[in-house]
Design a binder for this molecule. Sequence first.
Ligand code: PRT
Ligand code: MG
Length: 212
Amino acid sequence: MLTIAVSKGRIYEEALPFLENAGISPVDDPKKSRKLILATTREDVQLVIIRATDVPTFVEYGAADMGIAGKDVLLEHGAESLYEPLDLGIATCRLMTAAHKDEPLPKRRIRVATKYVKTAQRYFAEQGIQAEIIKLYGSMELAPLVGLADCIVDLVDTGNTLRANNLEPRELIMNISSRLVVNKAAMKIKHQAICELLQQFEQTLTRRRAAS
Ligand code: PRT
Ligand code: MG
């Protein structure tokens, strides 16, 4: 049995064509079902539906053989414990700093609100900028508005969320997409099954590149 960890929402939606090309269709719709383990049209494959940020943990510990996770989540988790063989090019966005529109950052040590604590720490250290990182679990955009932070580090797609809150994107930290990750032991023990699946995913990628 191969277990694949995916999160509900945009990653699941965009990963479906890859799964379907490999003959994997979940028997229940995760949007309607409360089941956390979904059987699929392939007897040898099941999906576990978890929070996006938990995917690397499940795969690292072998609770799932493989998973699909955003590069933002992988950076924050630390990727040394996993194989990351394939960039699926889905759920794309940018990890950016953002701040009040038209307001320069203060010259003193800045306060940064984010859920990406390690990534933000690394980024500001590389830039030689003194920053105090404040961990939040959501609604980062609120922090500069209420004086909790001078800027934020968050994902930006259309920029609508920033604009709606009078913020503007500033520096690009990294372009983000979702990656296929594989447990290291599973890669040895279930080598053939995993490599077959990898090839099928690659085939979908190649077809998409040709079509675009
Ligand atoms: O929601 P939950 O707490 O369960 O987890 P999650 O928020 O991590 O899950 P989900 O499904 O929202 O995001 C999963 C992954 O999708 C992320 O880890 C990213 O890799 C990827 N992704 C791609 C995004 C976005 N685009 C995105 N725009 N994740 C979040 N956003 C949010 C962003 O945080 C901000 O609040 O959308 C808002 C910005 O969008 P725009 O279009 O207004 O700029
Ligand atoms: Mg979310």
